[in-house]
Design a protein around this ligand. Structure first.
Ligand code: 13P
Ligand code: SF4
Length: 300
């Protein structure tokens, strides 16, 4: 009997499939993927691939984004209830109400959002391009949804007035400055790197604020040998893999996103063999959401 890894490889070839994985997913899933990356890199790759099937190892909004960009492809999410609690912190009804209160103000929506919210938005952004996107908007005022921490981070680098939405990532938001102080005491030589989904108090203490793939690039270039990482724990794996001679420490043991840990090799094998767990966005929503995602990809 071939190993599960060999079975996945065989099916991947037979189905003309590509496996995309976010930097937070389980190490064995990252290892079998054709590409690992941050949200921006993965959406770009999903828009460019010639594969017939995209197996998206991440959470639902990522697979949805791939399906929005490539409606002619089969996009599979190996575990259907892998979601992002932050994405559910804004509904289309709530956003419509807010947009009526702020008429003619463009809406910049974090890709960590559901397709029906993207469909109402002017443009999307990710943690990697948020500052560029905000500064390229013509308006002097912007509404940003759903992540208030990402919006506050962007506000540091723009003259524009930013209206916040009260959403946040429960994993990043619970990290406190006291926990960071403790980590810095434990590893005094380490650089402190944070994801923009962390609170302002934590970001104030950071040596660098980066997307997940930005962290890999930065720590590879850095002359430091030790790093405290304030993002989801899974990130330690690709960081260590890229830099085996350096040391990476999590800022807190509670930085774990349960949704990002749901996909196992058996789930990939199962959905590839049955071509099950397809993610499809209703066409009337998809065409509108496509505009905001595609505008982001074109802008930066
Ligand atoms: P990145 O785009 O930086 O990979 O972040 C995605 C995410 O979900 C962070 O919690
Ligand atoms: Fe969503 Fe936070 Fe998990 Fe990222 S880490 S998928 S933002 S809950």
């Amino acid at each position: 009997m071939p190993s599960i890894i060999d079975q996945i490889r065989t099916l991947r070839q037979q189905r003309n499939a590509i496996i995309l994985a976010h930097n937070y997913v389980l190490p064995e899933v990252q290892d079998i993927a054709d590409m690992c990356g941050d949200s921006l890199e993965l959406s770009r790759r999903a828009s460019e691939t010639n594969a017939d099937v995209i197996v998206f190892c991440g959470v639902r909004f990522m697979a949805e984004t791939a399906s929005i960009l490539s409606p002619d492809k089969k996009v599979l999410l190996p575990v259907l209830d892998a979601g992002c609690p932050m994405a559910d912190m804004v509904t289309p009804e709530q956003l419509k109400q807010k947009m009526q209160m702020l008429p003619n103000i463009p809406v910049v929506t974090y890709v960590n959002s559901n397709a029906d919210v993207k469909a109402l938005s002017t443009v999307c952004c990710t943690s990697a391009n948020v500052v560029d996107i905000v500064n390229q908007m013509e308006s002097d005022e912007i509404l940003m949804v759903p992540d208030k921490n990402l919006a506050r981070y962007a506000a540091r680098f723009t003259q524009k007035k930013i209206h916040l939405w009260d959403g946040y990532c429960p994993i990043h938001h619970q990290l406190t400055s006291d926990q960071v102080i403790q980590a810095k005491k434990a590893y005094p030589k380490a650089e402190f790197i944070a994801h923009p989904e962390c609170s302002s108090d934590v970001l104030d203490m950071a040596d660098a604020i980066l997307s997940t793939s930005g962290m890999i690039a930065h720590t590879t270039r850095s002359s430091h040998y030790e790093f405290i990482i304030a993002t989801e724990m899974g990130m330690l794996y690709p960081l260590q893999k890229a830099n085996p001679q350096k040391q990476f420490y999590s800022a807190s043991p509670s930085l774990i996103c349960p949704d990002m840990k749901k996909i196992h090799l058996a789930d990939i094998l199962n959905c590839l063999s049955l071509l099950s767990n397809e993610i499809k966005v209703p066409e009337e929503i998809r065409v509108l959401a496509y505009n905001s995602v595609e505008r982001m990809i074109r802008m930066k």
